[in-house]
Design a protein around this ligand. Structure first.
Ligand SMILES: CC(=O)N[C@@H](CCC[C@H](N)C(=O)O)C(=O)O
Length: 375
């Protein structure tokens, strides 16, 4: 598949970002493209809003898996591009339009010229939340497609086009969402002493919460608590009876996340007393770390270094989360970063990846499928 075709697919997908498990238009679009491919080697099944596609090998003994995530984010796009999102308030700001396009490109190449083994392309919903990987992995349908090794990519705006980057072991963090609802007595703006003011309570809580990372977690461990959203109150001259904060916890070690949760719960108990309020905690969805299998990363690095299509860069572990970690907990494999050179990063309303990276990604995925040996 050439760059023009890849670019057309990517721009079509870019215009229809949908949230996790709502990827209906995306699924329909992908199925339409898939139906145009030579069908004799393909087995296509849908799972919720996702799709599993097997390219049946010439003489199959094993199965190779490649996963692409499908969902967008609740972000208002601000790129000014001619193919900007048509879904007001939603954007492919994490590159999943790129991931799906690259998967389709590699699938097209493989369907035209299959290898001996079967290759499964996994179009997985809901990576940003609430998490599609774990329920898909546990589904009866997935058992029919289950690969013997699996890999995936994520775009990296910070890296130039042509760079491929990964590492053995930990690549992405353990994550847990964090939702806290504050309830207390509201009232007239002029009589604060007769209220409990949940806006003051929640904002105090947010700044003190950071001390859990700085004073309760061993500094040798890595941890992040980010609050990305705070809401509360109804109007400017009424003291709020409700506020809500929404965030995420990230740690390099799976056990540290439990330590942080215990500390948050202790802190909440004391805070409820001192601020005369009730706080409910919801941890939302939790993702297991992305931990790459060394034997596969070592081979992948060799393939990249001898490919002439891309350059290798040894990665550092990052605090990003990915439910692909659940696939890697069960099935050996790896994830890698693909350079797309954007001045604005992941989850930014101006993210604008360079489309020439689509071709690099497609070649790297196809070549890896053709050359990587099972270990
Ligand atoms: C690659 C990436 O950006 N992934 C997301 C995953 C989010 C999981 C969940 N909603 C959470 O916030 O914990 C990320 O924000 O790292």
């Amino acid at each position: 598949m050439d760059l023009n075709r890849l670019s057309k697919i990517r721009q079509d997908l870019h215009q229809i970002p949908e949230l996790g498990f709502q990827e209906k238009k995306t699924q329909t679009y992908l199925l339409t493209v898939l139906k145009k491919l030579p069908q004799e080697h393909l087995k296509i099944e849908t799972w919720r809003t996702g799709i599993l596609v097997k390219v049946i090998g010439n003489n199959s003994k094993r199965v190779i898996g490649f996963r692409a995530d499908m969902d967008g984010l609740p972000i208002q796009e601000n790129t000014g591009l001619s193919y900007q999102s048509k879904h007001e308030g939603y954007m492919h700001a994490c590159g999943h339009d790129f991931h799906m396009t690259i998967a389709l490109g590699a699938l097209f190449q493989l369907a035209s010229q299959p290898i001996d083994d079967d290759v499964v392309f996994i179009f997985q919903p809901a990576e940003e939340g609430p998490g599609g990987a774990l329920p898909m992995l546990e589904s009866e349908l997935f058992a029919e497609f289950r690969p013997d090794y699996i890999f995936a990519l994520h775009i990296s705006p910070e890296l130039p086009v042509g760079i491929v980057s990964s590492r053995a072991g930990l690549l992405f963090a353990n994550t847990s969402e964090l939702f806290l609802d504050f309830k207390g007595k509201g009232g007239h703006a002029a009589y604060p002493h007769m209220t409990d003011d949940m806006v003051v309570a929640a904002s105090t809580f947010v700044s003190q919460l950071q001390q859990i990372v700085s004073r309760r977690v061993d500094p040798i461990e890595s941890a992040v608590v980010t609050i990305g959203k705070i809401t509360g109150g109804t109007v400017q001259n009424v003291i709020a009876e409700h506020a809500r904060i929404e965030g995420t916890i990230r740690t390099a070690n799976a056990s540290t996340i439990n330590k942080i949760k215990t500390e948050i719960e202790l802190f909440v108990k004391g805070f409820e007393q001192s601020h005369h309020c009730e706080i409910s905690i919801d941890y939302g969805s939790n993702y297991y770390q992305v931990y790459n299998t060394k034997a596969y990363v070592d081979q992948f690095k060799q393939i990249i270094q001898s490919s002439g299509k891309a350059k290798w860069l040894e990665a550092s572990a990052a605090m990003t989360g990915e439910d692909f970690g659940y696939f890697l907990r069960d099935i050996p494999g790896f994830m890698f970063w693909l350079g797309v050179d954007s001045a604005y990063g992941l989850h930014h309303s101006k993210l604008n990846p360079n489309e020439s990276a689509l071709e690099v990604g497609m070649h790297v995925v196809e070549q890896t499928i053709r050359e990587l040996k099972f270990v």
